[in-house]
Write a protein that binds this ligand. Structure first.
Ligand code: SF4
Length: 299
């Protein structure tokens, strides 16, 4: 496979100190506002705030051990306080309006001096401009893909192609990255977990301390057996004989793209799955053909 594994002249795929690889969550993590910190101490946490001095002031050394990452939930924020604080702690920047606000990303490049940084953004019209800039600044990216409109499939396919083949792209783009590795190693992988939307693994806590299911599930009553939600949702689609019942990508998708609209047409997203599966096969073939160059690791 040309590009991804040994992109950039044989440089490790994701082995630089500034690269952010947040593995898909495997244990319950609470996504909390910093105001709820006292109540959730002792749990695995993602802590968010729009106010960096507040994060620095309230998160102590013991808290850092339980942090998956911190999220700056609105931009712009003055991040000077964060640059020399909690070195190597991962920071996620939330870009809700990527087509409009992507130039703001320049302001956050200095965070990379001491932190891996990931940009999370919704897949909406113009999202690809923000992805390109984020990658050129050496930020990782997480796409909130949801149920993308037909017109967004082409820019998504181009973004995937850049991730797989463009030698200047050295940072992971989720969900592509974790899915590619899972498929390559033939390990079980869940799109719900990669996207941090499996309620068995992620709970969202609002400013008032109310718990919600994560991501697109936030309107559902959290008391309604969240632990088995993904399994039940997938089983229900199979039992209905819906498109999922005949889909070769069901094992890793489990009906992710059928939420919330069950009649969503999956043709476009299945094309992305196919590209990733083909890339994973090629990557596996490359790995079987010979050991990676010294220092190269696939993680
Ligand atoms: S890609 Fe679509 S059809 Fe296939 S499993 Fe996912 S939601 Fe179902």
């Amino acid at each position: 496979m040309q590009g991804r594994r040994l992109a950039n002249g044989g440089r490790p795929l994701h082995a630089t100190a500034k690269t952010l690889v947040i593995p898909p969550v495997s244990h319950l993590v609470y996504h909390i506002p910093v105001a709820q910190l006292a109540r959730y101490r002792g749990h695995r946490l993602i802590v968010r705030s729009a106010n960096p001095p507040q994060l620095v002031g309230q998160l102590g050394a013991d808290d850092l051990d339980n942090l998956a990452y911190i999220q700056l939930c609105s931009l712009p924020s003055d991040t000077d306080d964060l640059i020399h604080w909690a070195e190597a702690l991962a920071i996620e920047l939330r870009l809700d309006e990527p087509a409009r606000d992507f130039p703001l990303l320049y302001r956050y490049a200095k965070l990379l001096d001491n932190h891996p940084v990931r940009v999370v953004l919704p897949v909406v019209t113009g999202f690809e401009k923000a992805v390109k800039l984020a990658l050129s600044l050496q930020f990782a990216v997480r796409l909130e893909i949801g149920q993308p409109e037909r017109a967004l499939i082409e820019p998504l396919a181009q973004t995937l192609d850049d991730y797989l083949h463009r030698s200047t792209v050295s940072q992971p783009i989720e969900y592509f990255h974790s899915l590619l590795l899972g498929l390559c190693h033939r390990e079980p992988v869940s799109l719900w977990a990669i996207q941090e939307e499996d309620p068995a693994l992620v709970r969202y806590v609002d400013e008032q301390g109310q718990e919600w299911l994560p991501g697109r599930l936030d309107g559902i009553d959290p008391g309604s057996e969240p632990m088995g939600f993904v399994e039940r949702w997938g089983d229900g689609l199979l039992a209905e004989g819906a498109e999922c019942a005949h889909c070769p990508h069901f094992d890793c998708c489990r009906g992710y793209f059928k939420w919330p609209r069950r009649d969503y047409d999956c043709d476009g997203v299945r094309r992305l799955f196919q590209t990733l599966e083909q890339a994973a096969d090629e990557l596996r073939g490359d790995l079987a053909a010979g050991p990676p160059a010294p220092g190269v690791k696939l993680q």
